[in-house]
Design a protein around this ligand. Structure first.
Ligand code: ATR
Length: 279
């Protein structure tokens, strides 16, 4: 299908954004549904402090949809006309829809956590250890609370864990208590440990992981496993990689952008293919 003057533009804004694989994922979805004449998706590097200009541009050019990523997910909220209740609770927006000049903010990151977990298990009453209390942890805490999990948040800075725990009826602990994750059913990492350039770091020592665990590393940087996931596999635990988070938040966002259910397998194939090209 051809891009025409009538094609709706969707963009991802962030800094850096050049290595984002969201364009490949979304455009593959448009192609699979033969709506690639109706929608196109590209990346735009938008620096901190430029959101006011970005919003003017979105309105003037009638950009249809915006994916919001680091470092703008919180700051963007004050520029929007309406923020959906879920995004308000998570306190971050990763998706904007432009409905005839009204900008509406949503959050689909929590579905990137909830859906992969629910494919493997029921969350209700499971003991879930969430590591980290930053932006990604907010989405994860909302997902786990919504699923009815018994949530404990572990963070280096205890005050941040306490604040997050309070919003979601969870417990908060400092990292001194990390050995307790041995008794959890599910471990979800949202800290930046294990990310480039700290690939040899892990938030959970291998001796705390058992074959009973489901270990979800919500952080991704490449196709290869993080140390946390490698260790979890060595111990025979069930693992979920951050690629699942990227895909599942993207499927939900695709539906918001286009109104169509995401062609999940085609989007997955495209993402994995672009990972191979990157690495
Ligand atoms: P994001 O928005 O991607 O979640 P963030 O807000 O910077 O990123 O949060 C990063 C998380 O990783 C925080 O929970 C941070 O702990 P602090 O709240 O104590 O800063 C955690 N983190 C980063 N590096 C860490 C390290 N070396 N050891 C333990 N926790 C770490």
């Amino acid at each position: 299908m051809e891009i025409t003057a009538d094609t709706k533009i969707c963009i991802i804004i962030g800094d850096p954004v050049e290595h984002s694989l969201s364009p490949q994922m979304h455009n593959a979805g448009y192609k699979a549904l033969k709506i690639d004449d109706k929608f196109v998706y590209v990346g735009c590097n938008v620096k901190r402090g430029q959101l006011g200009d970005l919003i003017k541009g979105v309105l003037a050019m009638q950009i249809h949809g915006v994916t919001v990523t680091i470092p703008h997910k919180v700051e963007i909220m004050k520029y929007l006309d309406t923020i959906d209740e879920v995004a308000k609770k998570i306190d971050a927006v990763n998706t904007i829809i432009n409905r005839n000049g009204t900008l509406i903010g949503y959050n689909t990151d929590w579905l990137g956590i909830l859906n992969p977990l629910q494919k493997l298990t029921t969350i209700r009453d499971k003991k879930i250890a969430l590591l980290g209390a930053g932006g990604a942890a907010h989405a994860a805490a909302y997902a786990i609370a919504t699923g009815g999990g018994d949530l404990t948040i572990y963070n280096r800075t205890l005050e941040k864990a306490e604040k997050l725990a309070k919003s979601f009826g969870a417990k908060a602990k400092s990292l001194i208590h990390l050995p307790e994750v041995k008794n959890a059913d599910i471990i979800v990492n949202t800290t930046s440990m294990g990310l480039h350039p700290h690939e040899d770091e892990t938030p959970v020592p291998i001796e705390f992981i058992t074959e009973r665990h489901i270990v979800f590393d919500a952080v991704y940087s490449a196709l290869s496993d993080t140390k946390l996931l490698k260790d979890a596999k060595k111990k025979g635990a069930t693992t979920i990689s951050g690629i699942e988070m990227l895909l599942n938040q993207g499927y939900a966002q695709f539906k918001l952008f286009t109104g169509h259910n995401a062609p999940e397998e085609k989007m997955r194939e495209a993402l994995l293919k672009s990972f191979t090209h990157e690495s």
